[in-house]
Design a protein around this ligand. Sequence first.
Ligand SMILES: *Cc1c(COP(=O)(O)O)cnc(C)c1O
Length: 394
Amino acid sequence: MKTVKHQVTNRTNNIKIENMPEKKIIPPIDLQEQTASIRQEIDEAINRVIDTGNFILGDEVALFESDCAEHIGSKHAIGLNSGTDALVIALRALGVGEGDEVVTSPFTFFATAEAICLVGATPVFADIQESSFNIDVCQVQDLINKRTKAIMPVHLYGRIAGSEDGKPDMSNLKEVASGIPIIEDACQAFGAGSPRAGALGDIGCFSFYPTKNLSAFGDGGLLTTDDESIAIKSRMLRQHGEKSRYNNELLGYNSRLDAIQAAILRVKLKHIDKWNMQRREAAERYDSLLNGCNQVIAPEITCGHIFHQYTIRIPNLDRDKVKEKMYEKGVISMVYYPIPANKLPVFGDRFPDCPVSERLSKEVLSLPIWPEIKPEQQKQVVEALLQSISEIAQ
Ligand SMILES: *Cc1c(COP(=O)(O)O)cnc(C)c1O
């Protein structure tokens, strides 16, 4: 087992395993079984697109959009090239730009803050709530001023942001926003919440990156809204600002969803509720396996949480050392995210500290999770974790 170390490259979606019996290694995510279970349907969907020859937008994308609108419970759904583009287009559709501020969480993937900067606005970081890893509503309230043009909460790890007591409905944040548009970064939360993520705020933004809960075989994204004018503007922005062909009215983007990805996603969408439920069951199994381990803080299993990640905290030990020791035992855990957005090199020392985010970024560790993960694999993960902890604590 000890020889695993240099034979595994630690990449989320490209795990290379050499000279090792595969069953001994537990990657952060493994969708092979899932893909095999729907392979025939996917092959048929891809072939259907090839046969029609319509590779961009078209019927497949329109059908996927209406399937998503129905699943999420929003009036409109617009297929895009990525989650990042969904965030940018959401901001543009609201007219957010130069001189405007957008309140958001620093404890997220960089794309959240990046999108705000890309439209010329300024991110204002509200620190997070320790128990949920999500934006602290009281801090949001303090940061709102006349320049605030939008609030962008992130449903991190698949847990709905914006409720103080863990209710999956964003009720507290909506109260504080009092009319300022809310853009949900729901890239980790397809199917979370009730009502569902993407139907809670004014605009929802989703990613279909291959490691997300609903994942394409490449890049993809989606924007949801109930507002007709936002929907129209978003559709224009995804295609160079055109309402009708070659009659460009806005500076937009090339951010169309590929028909092949839409066809694949339509197959997967039928299973997403089951897969999300299996993730929750896996989270419950981890929760009972970790019960009684006082070095580890397990995440709360709140209503509507779909466990895109199962992220524990190890507050009293060197997290990186625990991660490394687990790796030596064949278990690949991940850190989402090692540096909060407000402290990334791109921003230098432009932004004030967010002490909770900075502390938690040193404590978090995401354990392997995917819908089909086996109880025995989870046992192996927790054994590796507990062994690593006891080796370090010695
Ligand atoms: C994945 C992700 C994004 C970006 O999505 P892409 O499709 O990779 O552009 C944005 N925000 C969060 C929270 C994400 O997890």
